[in-house]
Design a protein around this ligand. Structure first.
Ligand code: BT5
Length: 326
């Protein structure tokens, strides 16, 4: 009955619905309705209650769960199977576990909070409760190992496009996996792979987006280099409520279209969109290549997503997945 009451309130966004109306409608006592309303409030729904008028669901509720995400989703495959946690160690860890057990392509794991969110190379990813999007997709593309890099690029393009579509936010892509606003990181992407002899068994695409944090939500170390969508909009004087479900749906829809291209080996669009949004090209970068560090200028990317760097020693290097700092 909880979902029915919720749907009823959603379908009547502008008016108060009395407890009596709801109890008649659903054939239960007013106490039962009161309990359901309290449960919904505990889940994070903002329900205005007035003893005279009844209940009204605020459109500002930013609640994350499978039901809310599927209400927003417009994809065909991605996110059609959603597993939600209020708290988990890492959505990538969980995705890897269920991928091994054979879960379907496009399964989405999403959490309000991660206790051990991970970045690349064993680094931590700060995933504060209800402040961002912490999600992972299980993918089973039939592509060669060398093309896996394209998925990070593809996901970066999808995130940048979705941020613009939902909130007109102009973000840039720092090679290979960071989304940046005004020089600060707002999103990180982590692609992990499971191989079987020659072919890819599955991939897990993890995406973390900072949405609602304020400066004080970041540690001292992060506060100079991280930002959130909310902080950025506030700096621009824009008061906009961002709904994580809406952002997730937009990211998945953009990514699905681009992922279809990756699966066909059609990289032209991804490369050109990536270049359009790149904050790395033309900049001085530091790279690690075959265990040695080089400085140089990022000149271009190859057709399969490697960064081309003209080094100070005059050599030109193509970096596949080394570390790049601008
Ligand atoms: C990344 O690694 O940027 C990949 C982050 C992927 C996170 C998602 S969330 C869902 C899924 N489940 C997971 O467990 N992970 C994925 P990397 O390029 O290595 O960047 C990590 C570095 O970014 C850290 O060492 C910090 O300096 C910084 N950092 C940590 N948390 C951050 C945050 N919330 N916002 C911005 N920067 C952060």
């Amino acid at each position: 009955m909880k979902r029915e009451v919720l749907l009823y309130l959603k379908n009547n966004p502008h008016e108060y619905v009395s407890g009596e109306q709801l109890s008649t409608l659903f054939g239960v006592s007013r106490t039962a309705i009161w309990k359901v309303i309290n449960e919904l409030k505990r889940e994070g729904y903002i329900i205005e209650s007035s003893s005279k008028k009844g209940y009204r669901l605020s459109p500002d509720s930013d609640v994350l769960n499978s039901f809310e995400i599927s209400e927003e989703l417009k994809t065909k495959v991605l996110g059609r199977n959603i597993i939600y946690f209020d708290q988990i160690d890492s959505t990538n860890n969980y995705a890897k576990r269920i991928a091994l057990e054979g879960c379907e392509e496009g399964t989405l794991i999403v959490a309000d909070c991660q206790t051990s969110g991970r970045g690349r190379l064993g680094r931590d990813w700060n995933s504060a409760n209800k402040k961002g999007i912490w999600m992972s997709l299980v993918l089973r593309p039939d592509i060669p190992f060398e093309e896996v890099q394209m998925l990070t690029l593809a996901a970066s393009v999808a995130v940048v496009q979705a941020l613009y579509e939902v909130a007109e936010i102009k973000a840039g892509i720092k090679w290979p996996n960071d989304i940046i606003i005004n020089g600060k990181k707002v999103c990180g992407i982590l692609v992990e792979m499971n191989m079987e002899i020659e072919s890819i068994n599955f991939l897990v695409l993890g995406i973390g987006v900072n949405v609602n944090q304020q400066k004080e939500d970041f540690s001292e170390e992060l506060s100079d280099k991280a930002t959130s969508l909310k902080m950025h909009l506030e700096e621009l004087g824009i008061q906009k409520i961002l709904k994580r479900t809406q952002l997730i749906a937009a990211i998945l829809l953009k990514f699905e279209a681009i992922y279809d291209k990756v699966k066909c080996g059609d990289f032209g669009y991804i490369i050109s969109e990536w270049k359009k949004h790149s904050v790395t090209l033309g900049r001085e970068v530091s790279i690690i290549y075959k265990d040695r560090q080089y400085r140089g200028i990022a000149q271009d990317i190859t057709k399969d997503g490697k960064l081309i760097v003209k080094c100070e020693d005059g050599t030109v290097k193509e970096v596949f997945s080394g570390e790049v700092s601008v």
